[in-house]
Design a protein around this ligand. Structure first.
Ligand SMILES: NC(=O)c1ccc[n+]([C@@H]2O[C@H](COP(=O)([O-])OP(=O)(O)OC[C@H]3O[C@@H](n4cnc5c(N)ncnc54)[C@H](OP(=O)(O)O)[C@@H]3O)[C@@H](O)[C@H]2O)c1
Length: 356
């Protein structure tokens, strides 16, 4: 029989695999064992968000749910005005499940605590289990989206020891090593979408896929600028790619989706871009900017987390970042060794956003 930790981990693996496909709903994993501890059913939230994972599991388990245990990554939902899905907490109560292991409370204040309370009031044993807070972190983007109607924005930049973002202006080339590359793929695998600027598309021709770790590849998004992009780029082959543009972008083939947003002198309004992402149900956005776009995001204050990946090596010919001292000054909230490189996490509480 699996222990509680393996049970919640199993549900979490399902949630991670469906990440990015379930918007506007969060990706949830649910697993059900019968009263004798035998695995009965497992599922993640359906593509586009409905039916929910718990409902899918209960529908395939039917009578075998009686007396069973369910592990579910997010607190089961309750009814609230305007809600489209039938409430999962009520379905669990009716199914006869005796115990529910919950990864973390729902960050949506309309649900938070209410689902757990409903289950307990019906006599179901509910235990919360979130190893190292990884599940709460997985749903933090959903919390940002509920509160601000925009995704949680994670910026990532690789810098040399002398603060350069590339080997030389206009040239592609890695600043950090293999472990840092794997780390970036991990960040991508827990993001719904990844955004890059037009210069990066032109110079680096990135794929933006997840290759070095398990997990889904996020949806690629491009910010067009005043200069065009080459017609043959790897991202144009991905049918999910979306280009944001404030003026008709040159170089983008006709089959690629272009979303018009307001802008100034060919540059997109970042708030409008994030609003569109929110409307598309994107909860977690990873931005992989070069120095110019990073500066724009930092100045706009439209970001939540910044990962700075520092190489111990200089790049004397490279493009310098932080001429205006834009990088956050306080102590990082996390540090990690990535081979010979080091990663620093800076987080903002978002209270200044309204002033920006
Ligand atoms: N070290 C790293 O982690 C890293 C990551 C990615 C890229 N890079 C490197 O960085 C260099 C490119 O950096 P970059 O910052 O110039 O290019 P970028 O990241 O591609 O972003 C700038 C591009 O986005 C466009 N854009 C649209 N709306 C914008 C807005 N509101 N604010 C700012 N830009 C907006 C710009 O338009 P305009 O054309 O009008 O300027 C420009 O084309 C390349 O050498 C690339 O290899 C390094």
């Amino acid at each position: 029989m699996e222990d509680d930790l393996s049970r919640i981990d199993r549900a979490f693996s399902l949630a991670k695999l469906a990440k990015g496909t379930t918007g506007p709903n969060p990706s949830v994993g649910a697993v059900l064992w019968d009263s004798k501890g035998r695995l009965v059913a497992e599922a993640a939230t359906s593509p586009t968000g409905r039916p929910h994972a718990e409902r899918r599991v209960l529908e395939s388990a039917r009578k075998r749910a009686e007396g069973g245990t369910m592990a579910v990554t997010l607190e089961p939902c309750v009814a609230f005005p305007g809600k489209k899905s039938p409430p999962c907490a009520a379905a669990i109560i009716l199914s006869g499940v005796e115990r529910v292991l919950v990864g973390c409370p729902d960050p949506n204040p309309l649900v938070s605590g209410k689902g757990i309370h409903a289950l307990r009031r019906a006599g179901i044993q509910v235990d919360l289990l979130d190893p190292q807070g990884r599940i709460a972190d997985f749903y933090a983007g959903f919390g940002t989206w509920v509160a601000k109607k925009r995704p949680r924005v994670t910026l990532k930049i690789a810098l040399s020891s002398d603060g350069r973002a590339n080997p030389s202006p206009g040239r592609r080339g890695a600043i950090t090593g293999e472990a840092a590359r794997r780390f970036v793929h991990e960040l991508r695998s827990t993001s719904d979408a990844v955004l890059v600027g037009a210069s990066t598309v032109a110079i680096d021709d990135p794929l933006l896929t997840v290759r070095d770790v398990d997990g889904p590849s996020p949806r690629p998004l491009v910010l067009a600028g005043s200069r065009g992009m080459p017609r043959s780029r790897s991202l144009w082959k991905d049918p999910r790619t979306v280009v944001f543009a404030s003026t008709p972008p040159s170089g983008v083939p006709g089959h690629v989706s272009v979303v018009e947003v307001p802008g100034v002198e060919g540059r997109c309004d970042l708030q409008a871009v994030l609003d569109r992402c929110g409307a598309e149900g994107i909860h977690d956005l990873l931005v992989e900017p070069g120095p110019g776009l990073l500066g724009a995001f930092l100045r706009s204050r439209l970001w939540d987390r910044l990962w700075v990946l520092r190489s111990p090596l200089p790049q004397p010919g490279g493009e310098c970042f932080d001429p205006d001292g834009l990088l956050p000054e306080g102590a990082p909230s996390q540090e990690r060794d990535l081979g010979s490189d080091r990663a620093f996490l800076f987080e903002r509480d978002g209270s200044e956003e309204e002033e920006a």
